[in-house]
Design a protein around this ligand. Structure first.
Ligand code: FAD
Length: 457
């Protein structure tokens, strides 16, 4: 809607003449009879006048129009959360931009985790937003945890994985499987990031089938246990103070969990090299060679595989949130790039096909965010079932994969360069897609729930 002041300004001859573009006018004079054109202007409709005005270079401000800042939270879902949660999200966001973003590409290139960020993370006291000292969870813990993961992943998924392994898998192992003494020994130190944990379940020969095919064994021997076997992919294990090792009792086939302290004789960790995703996470190949662990370090409250499954159920929502954050980060980078990059004399964001990519991505991240919020609310209310977490993991991982691919495509060739940011999101998504239950395994979990028929073989 034009105001009367704007209309008066538009018809002021002095104003109009001052806006004329001499070069465009001269070019136009070579093509049309300007006198006849001006006479015809009196009878032109709005569309024709706009066309003429454009040709004469009228009304084009030299100041570039301010474009909206990229924002993946299109439905303002953050505003539905408590003020405390919103402030926490802002703190994590600021931390990631100040402490991680400037160094992450170097560490990604070197296949290394920046251990110094553990010290700079400490003042945020993130674990105490989720867990109580006794290993119970705070009200709204899963939503809060989700927000921490989301904000971290928007910048760097590996940082969120460090947090998820320590504050999720390892912490939950002690919280759910530990005795009162074990919780008192480890949980306060873990809350303060003074003791870092890792979680060793997967084996070279046992990924998806690990619940049935656990080959690592434990054998009672006097006042302790002897552990033998290998664990693969164990995040944080190259520098953790302990790793929770899951093993099968040779006597009765029971699954047991052990706190294996770094430096224990017979326990060796080799860093897995050459990953194309999550290169900042240090994943270890652990060998347990007749590794002796005292009975006091066997997790006393573990009830066989049931406890392991409960831990995984608790953390699976967190992996779904990783997909949300990663996709949101890639989307915002793509919008910014589309607003800035020009081709054929236009910003690429002016091309309909590019807008189609961006809108598709935005639809994905909006539905992923909504789904994970509800999933976490259900977890916090104690009504989330395995199949809910499994569907969220399947859906968000797949949508994330699609979103980061479209984002990368929006960057053209620059999309494969680390310095533009989107390439790391693109690569990291491949790990999100496969861990904590692959696409196929989580699909089978949901399929069994909705049909009542198991398709597992
Ligand atoms: C970066 C990264 C970090 C990790 N961190 C940890 C960690 O900290 N701790 C830990 O314990 N583990 C960790 N893992 C292991 C992860 O959980 C496993 O990779 C995952 O469970 C899949 O196992 P797998 O890789 O052995 O694949 P496999 O189980 O060998 O699967 C290969 C393919 O076969 C399919 N498949 C298998 N069984 C079936 C079936 N019944 N029906 C249909 N399809 C099937 C799978 O879906 C997949 O597509 C990590 C993995 C990665 C990549």
């Amino acid at each position: 809607m034009t105001t009367s002041a704007e209309r008066a300004q538009a018809s002021d001859p002095t104003q109009l003449l001052s806006q004329l573009d001499a070069a465009k006018l001269a070019a136009l004079a070579g093509k049309v009879d300007l006198a006849a054109l001006l006479k015809a202007a009196a009878g032109m409709n709005d569309a024709q006048l706009r066309q003429l005005s454009k040709a004469l270079g009228l009304g084009q401000s030299s100041k570039p129009r301010e474009l909206p800042a990229p924002d993946a939270d299109f439905f303002s879902l953050m505003e539905t959360l408590s003020l405390e949660q919103q402030e926490l999200a802002a703190q994590v966001r600021a931390f990631m931009h100040a402490e991680v973003a400037p160094i992450m590409n170097g560490y990604w290139s070197r296949d290394e985790f920046p251990r110094q960020i553990i010290d700079s993370l400490r003042p945020l006291d993130l674990l105490r937003r989720v867990w109580n000292e006794d290993g119970t969870r705070k009200p709204g813990a899963t939503v809060t945890e989700g927000l921490i993961i989301l904000e971290a992943c928007k910048v760097d998924v590996s940082t969120a994985v460090f947090f998820g392994v320590h504050a999720g898998l390892a912490f939950a192992s002690v919280a759910l499987g530990g005795s009162a003494e074990q919780k008192a020994e480890w949980l306060p130190k873990m809350l303060d990031l003074q003791a870092i944990g890792a979680f060793g379940l997967t084996e070279p020969e046992g990924g998806s089938q690990v619940s049935q095919g656990l080959r690592t064994t434990c054998r009672r021997d006097g006042d302790g246990w002897v552990l033998s076997g290998q664990k693969k992919w164990i995040g944080n294990s190259t520098f953790s103070d302990f790793t929770v090792i899951w093993a099968r009792d040779v006597n009765n086939g029971e699954v047991r969990g052990f706190i294996v302290r770094a430096g224990t004789p017979g326990y060796a960790v080799e860093k897995i090299q050459g990953k194309i995703a999550l290169r900042i996470v240090e994943n270890g190949l652990i060998t347990l060679d007749e590794c002796r662990v005292p009975e006091s370090d066997r997790l006393q409250a573990v009830q066989g595989w049931r406890t392991t499954a409960d831990i995984l159920k608790l953390t699976r929502a967190g992996v779904a949130w990783q997909g949300v954050g990663c996709a949101m980060g890639a989307y915002e980078l793509a919008v910014k790039y589309a607003q800035e990059r020009t081709q054929f004399g236009k910003r690429i964001g002016e091309f309909q096909l590019i807008q189609n990519h961006l809108v598709h991505m935005l639809g994905n991240v909006t539905s992923m965010f909504t789904l994970c919020l509800r999933l976490s609310e259900m977890a916090d209310q104690g009504v989330m079932q395995d199949e809910h977490a499994a569907l969220a993991k399947v859906f968000t991982a797949a949508r994330c994969r699609e979103t980061v691919a479209l984002a990368r495509e929006t960057f053209g060739g620059n999309g494969i360069l680390l310095e533009y940011g989107v390439a790391k999101h693109f690569a990291d998504t491949e790990a999100i897609y496969s861990y904590e239950g692959t696409n196929e395994i989580n699909t089978l979990v949901v399929g069994r729930a909705i049909t009542g028929l198991s398709a597992f073989v």
